[in-house]
Write a protein that binds this ligand. Sequence first.
Ligand code: 5GP
Length: 210
Amino acid sequence: MSEKGILVVVSGFAGSGKGTLMKTLVNQYKNYALSISATTRNPRPGEVDGREYFFKTTEEFEAMIAQEEFIEYAQYVNHYYGTPREYVESQLSAGKDVILEIEMQGALQVKEKFPETLLLFVTPPSVEILYKRLTGRGTEDKETIALRMARAKEEAKIMEQYDYLIVNDKLEECVITMHAIIQGEHARAFRKKELINTIREGFVCFSEGE
Ligand code: 5GP
């Protein structure tokens, strides 16, 4: 039987560059499936429904909540965001490592429901760089940027609840680090229950055959 995939949650401040990081990781290595969230925020220029997000009205989103279609959902800067359950479960069963790129409230909900989740937090090297990236992409107005900076300040208070902090300085290095962490995670003893059982059974047969 093939091993089940790992559920990997990646969070990071708005402007941390985690979106680009995740896309590069998924393109570069085969075994990842990137979950696509639903949201009630408007698409940014260039965003496509079903690719970056499933864009929903508030009514549609609330109906999905009622039908328990989400693994988790949260409100972030006046909008709903949520992770559809079906894709995540089917990809994990198929042995893929499934990546959820979600904010902290959602991340902590996932960890509570699925304690074996790996939590990664991506941060730029400094707050100055964060602010420059956020203003530099030119997709948000001043008020939204202020709200996102305020949210980032709050998020900084619970960064240590994550398993790993990844500094996003150079994209390529960061992708390699993230891949190495996830691969290392596969070797953790608590994820190797089948192998442990096989080895123990092997010992039983061995001593019986003596
Ligand atoms: P953005 O509007 O910049 O695309 O995303 C805003 C924040 O929402 C980011 O921190 C992003 O990681 C988070 N986010 C995206 N999808 C989800 C989701 O399905 N659930 C939760 N809890 N957060 C999400």
